[in-house]
Ligand binder design. Structure first.
Ligand code: PMP
Length: 404
């Protein structure tokens, strides 16, 4: 990846503690290119009005911009219909929507929901909430020590009480890329729908929802160089049509009387109230940005960084990588001697290096590894091998400080 890409991200010119910023917390949120921020600014300065209501020109322009983004995203993930894309706040809201709407309608006492040991809290807690309401219970797929899913255990968990499988495309802590096509096929053999938490895959891996044949797919714009506060839920048309609304309000109705309300068709049925119009427009610009670079180019670059960093990390004494599955995204979690991850991250910060430390919203996974947390470096399209070299040097410094 050339320097031109870095120049598209103004924040990367920042100095932190008088050192050039080395941003390695892309799994938490990525930085935003100028084009995305400008698209949002352009919307507010030129097209801002509420959508789907106004007869006047400006509202039509706002509506067009909003709906154009939906089409852009639908094409990007190869959805069959544009109305299968529901705008939500983020991955978290998408999963809560499915749990509360699909789950409330379909789960009975004794029913089972399959998730895995490596799930983010966003793909655990929404299911626990609906379990409490309906009497359903969670079943958790084991993982192997290297962070790979135990597929045999998964197959054993599937039975006639299983009502849904909800699984991450890629783990935010381990980097593991799960064999979701195989997972989906195994569930479909028993007519069980599958939700994919794509928060760590979108922006890194080409997503084709028709090829995967997933029933639901969720992701957030902010983890793929887009704005915060906006994400999507993809759902197959028939499933979304069968589900009750998640929230009620304006824009999701056809007719309201005090006796009864008739809901709007997809996608409006699931978009109650004034949505985050400007960030939807920004999301569209995000897709344009990714397309202009090429998702394959991004994936190749990140793979190279992962390979380079993995090799470099293994030369750091006392460093153990947590998550060594053969298929990984560009995420490396590690522990360094007995040094607390917060201490590692604090010292790295003095060198201008931003990494994440802690449980990464995967506390059950930390329990599996019997550790309180890890330090995590996660790479994006603008990171470089030189930055990894500086990180390695800084880690050596951390060890020195703690060996005094
Ligand atoms: N799932 C995974 C795998 C994630 O990494 C994250 C974010 N860390 C989420 C879900 C939740 O994403 P958001 O906070 O954007 O809702």
């Amino acid at each position: 990846m050339d320097n031109k890409i870095r120049q598209l991200f103004p924040i990367l010119q920042n100095k932190i503690n008088n050192k050039p910023l080395i941003y390695l917390d892309n799994a938490a949120t990525t930085q935003k290119p100028r084009s995305v921020v400008e698209a949002i600014e352009h919307f507010y300065f030129n097209d801002n009005a509420n959508i789907h209501r106004g007869i006047y020109k400006l509202s039509q322009r706002a509506t067009n911009a909003y709906e154009k983004s939906r089409k852009n995203i639908a094409e990007f993930i190869n959805a069959k219909y544009t109305h299968e894309i529901i705008f939500v706040r983020n991955t978290t809201e998408a999963i809560n929507l499915v749990a509360q709407s699909y789950g409330y309608k379909n789960f009975k006492p004794g029913d089972e929901i399959i998730i895995s040991t490596m799930e983010h809290h966003s793909n655990i807690v929404p299911w626990q909430l609906i379990c409490k309401k309906t009497g359903a219970k969670l079943q958790v797929i084991n993982i192997h020590e290297n962070g790979e899913l135990d597929f045999n255990h998964y197959e054993k968990l599937i039975n006639n009480r299983t009502k849904i499988v909800a699984i991450a495309h890629a783990s935010n802590t381990l980097g593991t890329v799960n064999p979701i096509k195989k997972i989906i096929a195994a569930a479909h053999a028993h007519n069980i729908p599958v939700l994919i938490d794509g928060a760590q895959a979108s922006g890194h891996i080409q997503i084709d929802v028709q090829n995967l044949d997933c029933d639901f797919y969720a992701f957030s714009a902010h983890k793929m160089y887009g704005p915060t506060g906006i994400g999507i839920l993809y759902g197959k048309e028939a499933l979304l049509n069968s589900m009750p609304p998640y929230q009620g309000g304006g824009d999701m109705i056809k007719k309201v009387t005090f006796a009864e309300t008739e809901y709007a068709d997809l996608p409006q049925k699931f978009e109650a109230g004034t949505p985050n119009i400007a960030d939807v427009v920004g999301f569209g610009a995000t897709i344009d940005f990714i397309k202009s670079v090429g998702i394959d180019v991004i994936a190749k670059h990140e793979k190279e960084l992962l390979k380079y960093a993995t090799a470099a990390f293994s030369n750091v004494k006392g460093l153990k990588i947590i998550g060594t599955a053969p298929e990984k995204t560009s995420i490396i979690s590690f522990i360094l001697d007995k040094i607390h991850p917060h201490d590692v991250a604090t010292i790295l910060d003095t060198e201008g290096i931003a990494v994440r430390a802690g449980h990464h919203c995967t506390m059950p996974l930390m329990e599996f590894y019997n550790i309180p947390g890890t330090t995590r470096a996660s790479f994006g399209l603008y990171n470089t091998k030189e930055e990894i070299d500086i990180l390695i040097e800084a880690l050596t410094k951390v060890r020195k400080i703690f060996s005094r």
